[in-house]
Design a protein around this ligand. Structure first.
Ligand code: CA
Length: 479
C-alpha cells in the first residue's frame, strides 16, 4: 500500500492528475493499493480534507468558494481511479466521519462545558449556546442526499458564537451523551474537534451508511481508511462496515486509524469490532521512532515485542511514518532519517503485515525531495523478487538483528537475508534453507561488496555495516 499524499502538498488542484499519471509507475514498483486523502469538500479549498464540510461533494459543486478540492475535481478523481484500476491497483478512500467543520449558520441549544482533561466532568451549569451546527449545502441543492444537519445530530462542539468563547461543549438533549464505545483517554475521548457527530443518533448512522455505499459505488472504491476511530463509537464502525460490505462485498477493505501507542487498547478494539478491520501498527511506529532517537542505546531485540504485526499479523498495517507523524503535524513523531532504510527494510521484507509506504518518504515533503526513494525502490524490488517463504528470526543482539526468508519453489531465486544495525558493524550466522547450499549470495543495497557462499548446512555469515541495513540475495550467474 502507498499512502498517496502528505501534509504539505500544493493547493493547485493538480493532485488527482498527478496520481493518474503515476499509476503505471506505481504498478511497476509493486504498489498494489493506494490510500488517497479525504476527497470531499472541506471548510476551505486549501484544507487537506480533514476539516470535512460535505461528504457528498467530491469536487463537484460550488461550495465554500470552490468547486474543486485541494486535490482537483470529482471527474479528475474518477479518471485517476479508472487509471489505477487499469493496473489492478486498489483504491482506499480516507473516510472522515468523526466530525464536521464549516457549518453554514448558527443554532441555539443547551450545552454544558466539560473539563478538557476529563470530558465526563461538567464545569458549568447547563446554558444556551449558539453554534455553527446548521448545514443545508445550498450549492449541492439536495443532489445525492437531502439530509440537513442540525445541532441534535452532534454531541459536542467547541465554539459559542454568542460570546465567542472556545471550550468543549457537550450538547444536551434527551438521551444525549458522549458515545461509550470510544477511547477512555481524557475521561472519554469521543470529542476531538469541530462539531462531533452523534454516532448514536439513528439519523446520523443511516446517513453515514448511505454515504459509504454511495461514495464506494460513485468512485468504485476497493476499501477505506477510517479516520480517528478511537473517537468514534465502535458499534458504529461495525454497522458502517456491515452496510458498505453488504453492498460492495465482504472483501471491501478497511483499515482504521486508532492512534495510540498501547498494544492492549488495539487488541481490545480488534476484539470489540470482531476483527472486521485492519489497524495501523502504531506501537511498531513508536518503537521505530524511539529506536531512531536512541541509536545504539535502543535494544533492537525488543523491536517486535507488543506490536500488532507480531501479535495480530492478519490485522496489521505496518508503516514508518504518515501525514500525522511527519514534522509539523499534530502527532509529530517522525522517524529520523538514518533509521528509515532500516525501518522500510523491516516492513517490506518481513513475512507478516500489510506494509504501507508514505508518499513523503518516497517522493517529497513540501519541496524537500526524499533521500530515501532509491533505497525504497531497491527494497520494493527485493520484496517482489526474493521476499518469499518461511521467515527465521534473529532478534538476538541489542545492536544487530535480522531475519531470513527461505524462498519458495515457485520463484527459483527467491529467499533473502536481512540485517540491521544501530551500532557497530555486525555479522550473524543465519539459516537460509538447505535448498540454498553452495549458492553465492551478494548484498543489494550497495553497502557491502564482498560475497558469501551458503554452507552445506544452509547457514552463512552475513554482514551489516554500523547504522545500516543489509539485504543479501542469491547472485544471478548466467549473464
Ligand atoms: Ca466523536
Amino acid at each position: 500500500m502507498m499512502q498517496y499524499f502528505e501534509w504539505n502538498l500544493p493547493n493547485d488542484g493538480n493532485f488527482w492528475n498527478q496520481l493518474k499519471e503515476d499509476a503505471e509507475h506505481l504498478s511497476d514498483i509493486g504498489v498494489t493499493s493506494v490510500w488517497i486523502p479525504p476527497a470531499y469538500k472541506a471548510d476551505e479549498q486549501q484544507d487537506e480534507g480533514y476539516a470535512t464540510y460535505d461528504l457528498f461533494d467530491l469536487g463537484e459543486f460550488d461550495q465554500k468558494g470552490t468547486v474543486r478540492t485541494k486535490y482537483g475535481t470529482k471527474q479528475e478523481l474518477i479518471d485517476a481511479i479508472t487509471e489505477l484500476h487499469k493496473y489492478q491497483i486498489s483504491v482506499y478512500l480516507d473516510a472522515v466521519m468523526n466530525h464536521k467543520a464549516g457549518g453554514e449558520y448558527t443554532e441555539k441549544f443547551q450545552a454544558v462545558e466539560v473539563d478538557p482533561n476529563n470530558r465526563e466532568k461538567k464545569i458549568s451549569d447547563p446554558y444556551e449556546i449558539e453554534a455553527y451546527t446548521g448545514y443545508n449545502f445550498p450549492g449541492r441543492d439536495n443532489k445525492y442526499s437531502d439530509f440537513k444537519w442540525h445541532w441534535f445530530h452532534f454531541d459536542g462542539t467547541d465554539y459559542n458564537a454568542a460570546n465567542q468563547k472556545k471550550a468543549i461543549y457537550r450538547i444536551l438533549g434527551e438521551g444525549k451523551n458522549w458515545s461509550q464505545g470510544v477511547d477512555d483517554e481524557n475521561g472519554n475521548y469521543d470529542y476531538l474537534m469541530f462539531n462531533d457527530l452523534d454516532l448514536n443518533h439513528p439519523e446520523v448512522v443511516k446517513e453515514l451508511c448511505k454515504w459509504g455505499i454511495w461514495v464506494s459505488n460513485e468512485l468504485s472504491l476497493d476499501g477505506m481508511r477510517l479516520d480517528a476511530i478511537k473517537h468514534m463509537d465502535d458499534i458504529f464502525i461495525k454497522q458502517f462496515l456491515d452496510a458498505v460490505r453488504s453492498d460492495r462485498g465482504a472483501n471491501f477493505y478497511a483499515v482504521g486509524e486508532y492512534w495510540k501507542n498501547d498494544f492492549d487498547s488495539l487488541e481490545e478494539y480488534l476484539k470489540y469490532t470482531d476483527y472486521s478491520l485492519n489497524l495501523f501498527d502504531v506501537p511498531l511506529h513508536y518503537k521505530m521512532f524511539e529506536a531512531a532517537q536512541k541509536g545504539r542505546d535502543f535494544d533492537l531485540t525488543n523491536l517486535p515485542d507488543d506490536t500488532l504485526v507480531t501479535r495480530f499479523p492478519e490485522n496489521a498495517v505496518t508503516f514508518v511514518d504518515n501525514h500525522d507523524s511527519q514534522h509539523g503535524s499534530s502527532l509529530e513523531s517522525q522517524v529520523k532519517s538514518w533509521f528509515k532504510p532500516l525501518a522500510y527494510g523491516l516492513i517490506l521484507l518481513m513475512e507478516k503485515g500489510y506494509p504501507c509506504i508514505f508518499y513523503g518518504d518516497y517522493y517529497r515533503m513540501g519541496d524537500q525531495e526524499s533521500p530515501h526513494r532509491i533505497i525504497i525502490d531497491i527494497l520494493l524490488e527485493a520484496r517482489k523478487k526474493y521476499a518469499y517463504g518461511k521467515q527465521n528470526n534473529y532478534f538476538d543482539h541489542p545492536n544487530t538483528v535480522g531475519f531470513t526468508r527461505e524462498g519458495d519453489d515457485i520463484r527459483e531465486d527467491s529467499g533473502l537475508a536481512f540485517l540491521m544495525s544501530n551500532g557497530e558493524d555486525g555479522d550473524k550466522v543465519m539459516y537460509v534453507g538447505d535448498a540454498h547450499k553452495g549458492e553465492t549470495w551478494h548484498e543489494i543495497t550497495g553497502s557491502i561488496s564482498e560475497e558469501v557462499t551458503i554452507g552445506e548446512d544452509g547457514n552463512a555469515l552475513f554482514k551489516v555495516h554500523g547504522g545500516k541495513v543489509a539485504v543479501w540475495v542469491k547472485k544471478e550467474t548466467n549473464s
